[in-house]
Design a protein around this ligand. Sequence first.
Ligand SMILES: Nc1ncnc2c1ncn2[C@@H]1O[C@H](COP(=O)(O)OP(=O)(O)OP(=O)(O)O)[C@@H](O)[C@H]1O
Length: 577
Amino acid sequence: MNDLKKLAKEQKGSRIWLIVSSSGLALSVIAQAYLIVKIVDLVFLQQALFEKIIPLAVWLAIALLARVGFTYFNGWIGVKMATTMKRKFREKLFEKFSSNPLQASIAGQSGHKVSVTMDSVDELDSYFSKYAPQVIQSTIVPLSILIVVAIQHFPSAVIMMVTAPFIPLFYAIIGIMTKKKSEEQMDKMAIFSGHFLDTLQGLTTLKLFGRSNQKKESIEQSSLDFRDATMEVLKVAFVSSLMLELISMLSIGIIALEIGLQLVVFENITFVPAFFILVLAPEFYLALKDLGSAFHTGRGSMGAANKVNEELQQDIQPVNWGNKPLHHLTEPPHIMLDHVGYQYEEDEFELHPVTAEIPAYKQIAIVGKTGAGKTTLLHLLAGLLPPTSGELKVNDASLNEYQEEEWLGQISYISQHPYIFSGTLAENIALGSKKDVTRNEIEEAGQQAGISGFVNGLAQGYDTIVGEGGRGLSGGEKQRVALARAFLKKPSFIIFDEPTTGLDLFTEQILQQSIQTLSKQATMVTVAHRLHTIRQADEIWVMEQGTIVAKGTHEELLQTTSVYQDMVDVQKRSVTL
Ligand SMILES: Nc1ncnc2c1ncn2[C@@H]1O[C@H](COP(=O)(O)OP(=O)(O)OP(=O)(O)O)[C@@H](O)[C@H]1O
């Protein structure tokens, strides 16, 4: 809880308000008790007239209202603090995920990330909205009551001082017991969410392999585990409330007994202070009990805080960016790879240092067997991965010196599986431009990307809802939407991962033509699988097992590189087959 405590302490403004409001609450509690006692004394013992009681009754009403007001205000500050902290945590998580989106997306299950960002951060709420304000309230209110009681009748204050520590002691013990349980509960929830999302996303694959029943059972099991963990936490919570109630009732009983003896047997105290202490005693223990239950909820937050911290501390190498602008370019950027290398993790795939030049307007084709490292190289060129060695230079300055937005504003990366967001086709295409675009511009981009024929065949046209919850799109259609985005963006550097799987000839032609049009104003690097694309390139890089083994034009490579010759032979054979 220490991290959370530190964070709560950082909220200085809110803490000052909490102290002021809790002091007000303490005053109103004491005033309320005193006024009740006074009224009872006047009515029953002194048989006072109604007029004498009215002002006290009015003050009592004011004290009651003040008590309600201060309690509400404390709660309101707590909620405000919780909102601020939750926002901060979510911002940190999003910052972390977006500092290297590629690495973040492959590290861990998406469902787990969703669960941490939504549920675990929500779980922090109770610490800031309940526990932190309650600590202040439960320090000021009982302390003020204790002082008043000590002034009125010291022995009662001594009983309070002796019995009060049992309550925090008890909830400290419970806290230690629940910490592990609530962490387990959070773990189980994250596993359950991860499992559920994973299964939903892979439902088709599971069905095809006849594994849906097995998955159903494992989801059921993780849901039951989560239920059991929750029940364990609740069990401790119920037992702890019972015990806290018992301790405070016993303590009030002892005070009542002592007061009763002093009042009736020893006659050491008069009615007003005796009754005043009796009314105040439950208030004293109530404040401590409230702290107990707030502590329990706060403990739950601790498990969640650990989950969030674990996620935040996961080692993700961020892509570093600088402040240099890039928008003033008159021609596409000139890119230099100076011993640029990358390794995912120790003992995993390594892209060996690449030294190469990509002059403006040039078209580079990267070829190689599957797993050779082509996509990894594209990711480095796009600035989506930070090189683990060497430097990527753009117009003679390191890519790290440029502003992220400026660089990303220059490029279009058309991957094999572009992401289609839930929304209309028009909205998905408009994503390509940061400016507001007109429907005409969207349709023109669609036309250039060769998607207009397909769109015109849809009843809703560009207003058709696609992506999650909408109409599905084929691989070729998705790539054409991505191309339309690129036509809107007018990038100066295009990175294109050519589809490996069979597009029909017509779609392929459209894609080729569109790409050619787009590349007239840009530098382009393509992971190429088709001979046609490869031949057209100004330079071809041949990759094998993470190394560029040869560079040159189609003709040059045919003469010099056997791997390339074999690859071309395979391509030709597959076309003639
Ligand atoms: N996140 C990752 N962590 C570890 N290894 C990875 C990761 N992503 C890819 N790899 C590995 O890096 C190697 C190169 O992958 P990459 O996707 O760059 O190859 P590729 O040449 O583009 O393959 P393909 O033509 O099949 O798309 C592969 O062996 C792959 O398993």
